[in-house]
Design a binder for this molecule. Structure first.
Ligand code: HSE
Length: 301
């Protein structure tokens, strides 16, 4: 009987100006092991508080969706999920569950779908490709809709770059964080973001960290989300003052992410995040993460 383990990375989306388009895979992984069984069972490990261990689990739902897409019923399975990506904190936990479920179903079915086909399906289900592209392909991803298609370019990130995360103790629903955004923005703000998103893509593509600072500035979503993310401006300023090459809200928040080009620099930023959080009476934790050139991968065991 085949047994597969799917590894799916945490991702940070937007990176400031790239709302719904830019994503980055982090070296922080959920795993899902699936094997055919006589009857369905699901087990949860890791940071899985509040997650259902039954057929309503999002990973299991997406294994079923994959089979439905193939026109076949989901066979009875034993599913073991180890959850490390915090839920609702801005690191693509729902994209990881969605991509992980689809990739697990695809592996069980004999890999009928290519990574691009998985992306199209994941994007239809998620509605925006930023996290799902990075979760599937890894690296820094630039995605755009072209009719019903998603065009995604991937860039391998510099090996020495680090992401320093500040992760509040509470979650923020993406739906709520999208409700505060205006439907229209001024041309001046659009121009502001176009230049910065392009510079950010340039920074990752050429590994020039000096362009990250301006490249992570945003006027499209972050200013509107300040009331939902206590201390955001102070924390981002503190990270930059401590030497971060750039800093932004991670996805729809509430976590923050700052970039460093060395471990020593990352440690300084981590300290600045912790000290500023203490001053502002914020409760949360910090974490230094490597960037992942690798996206979702499946191992047969
Ligand atoms: N780009 C989304 C947002 C979050 O900022 O609302 C990540 O999917």
């Amino acid at each position: 009987m085949p047994r597969f383990t799917v590894n799916v990375p945490a991702t940070t989306a937007n990176l400031g100006p790239g709302f719904d388009c830019l994503g980055l895979a982090l070296d922080w992984w959920n795993t899902i092991t699936v094997e055919p069984a006589r009857k369905f069972s699901a087990r949860l490990r890791g940071d899985s508080e509040g997650l259902p261990a039954d057929e309503t689990n999002m990973v299991v739902e997406h294994i079923r969706i994959l089979y439905k897409h193939l026109g076949a019923p989901m066979p009875p399975l034993r599913v073991t999920m180890t959850n490390r990506i915090p839920i609702g904190k801005g690191f693509g936990s729902s994209a990881a569950a969605l991509v992980g479920g689809l990739a697990a179903g695809n592996a069980l079915a004999g890999t009928p779908l290519s990574a691009q086909e998985l992306l199209e399906l994941a994007n239809e289900l998620e509605g925006h490709p930023d996290n799902v592209s990075a979760a599937i392909f890894g690296g820094f991803t630039i995605s755009a809709f072209d009719g019903g298609r998603v065009v995604c370019a991937t860039v391998e990130p510099a090996a020495n770059w680090r992401a320093v995360a500040y992760i509040p103790d509470h979650a923020l629903a993406t739906k709520k964080a999208r409700k505060v955004l205006p439907d229209r923005i001024t041309r001046a703000d659009a121009v502001f973001n176009i230049g910065r998103a392009a510079l950010l893509a340039y920074a990752f593509t050429t590994q020039r960290a000096s362009f990250l600072k301006i490249g992570t500035e945003d006027r499209l979503h972050q200013p509107y989300r300040v009331p939902l993310v206590k201390g955001m401006p102070e924390m981002l300023d503190a990270a930059c003052a401590a030497g971060a090459n750039g800093a932004a809200l991670s996805g729809a928040g509430p976590s923050l992410i700052a970039f460093a080009t060395s471990t020593a620099n990352a440690l300084q930023i981590q300290k600045a995040f912790a000290e500023t959080a203490r001053k502002l009476k914020l409760v949360g934790e910090t974490r230094i993460l490597k960037l992942s050139a690798r996206g979702t991968f499946v191992a047969r065991s």
